[in-house]
Design a protein around this ligand. Structure first.
Ligand SMILES: [Zn+2]
Length: 270
């Protein structure tokens, strides 16, 4: 997942040329991305997979932390909706039914499916430490969803593993493989052992947008730096936590975030 920027862009251009009409431009970022799956199908699958996940995992009984996750999530959501409205692209959020759950797990992880279905694992709370840290994580994960990175990964996965099969066709003929691909595409795939890493480009987009959303939600974007430094420290151990195998944390990333702070701070102060 490192150093793939140019190469993956090149491959994407080729794939786009083969699958004419299968690429869409993300209004949010202006970047072209592979899109083999209609968003209506993504939305119907997310409802089913999110419910299944919640049935199979234990919700946290910590009322206070659960309330904090919902509070921060709702504030970031408000910022996202304002941002989309100001850009004239609110339609991109139609079909979103936001939901935030805290799941009991030692795993250091969090993710957001398309349509605003969010899960935070209790294992990440010692690293987020406070409301600001949660805002960094939720801002980042929600950015992956609204910039359609998961859809993009799902499309890439369908192409790489199932020969470009349509989602409904894949679900009918290879349901288990398709479900695993789905969970992987949205960062929840650690348990199924098949994680599709977000690309460097997607990570940078999520960092950048996440800073803006947290600032608009009233959280100081400067606090993203100590959060990622805590993450980098954590990754010094033998087995990096799930969140980090998906979100590599290093000095170049932290430097990039620092360089974006002046822009994000304008959103914080306005
Ligand atoms: Zn990420």
């Amino acid at each position: 997942m490192r150093g793939v920027g140019f190469q993956s862009r090149f491959i994407l251009i080729i794939i786009c040329s083969i699958f004419i009409g299968s690429c869409s431009t993300v209004p949010l970022t202006g970047r072209k991305q592979l899109s083999l799956v209609p968003s209506s199908q993504m939305l119907s699958m997310r409802q089913q997979e999110y419910s299944t996940f919640l049935q199979q995992n234990k919700l946290s009984t910590d009322q206070q932390s659960t309330a904090l996750v919902r509070k921060v999530g709702t504030r970031i959501q408000g910022a996202v909706e304002r941002y989309f409205s100001e850009k004239g692209i609110s339609g991109d959020l139609s079909g979103y039914k936001w939901e935030y759950n805290l799941v009991e797990s030692k795993e250091v992880n969090a993710w957001c499916m398309p349509g605003g279905k969010v899960v935070v694992y209790t294992g990440i709370l010692p690293l987020t430490k406070d409301e600001n840290g949660l805002a960094v994580v939720l801002g980042h994960e929600i950015s992956h969803a609204v910039a359609r990175h998961g859809d993009e990964r799902m499309s890439q996965g369908l192409l790489a593993e199932l020969g470009g099969m349509a989602l409904n066709e894949a679900l009918a003929s290879k349901p288990e493989q398709t479900r695993q691909l789905w969970m992987s595409a949205f960062g929840a795939g650690v348990q199924v052992g098949a994680l599709l890493p977000f690309s460097r480009t997607q990570e940078s987009e999520a960092d950048h947008l996440g800073l803006i959303f947290m600032a608009m939600a009233g959280y100081d974007p400067q606090t993203a730096v100590p959060f990622w430094e805590r993450m980098a420290q954590q990754s010094g151990g033998n087995a990096p936590p799930a969140f980090l195998s998906d979100h590599p944390s290093d000095q170049s990333r932290i430097e990039a975030i620092k360089s974006e702070l002046p822009e994000a701070t304008k959103y914080y102060k306005r």
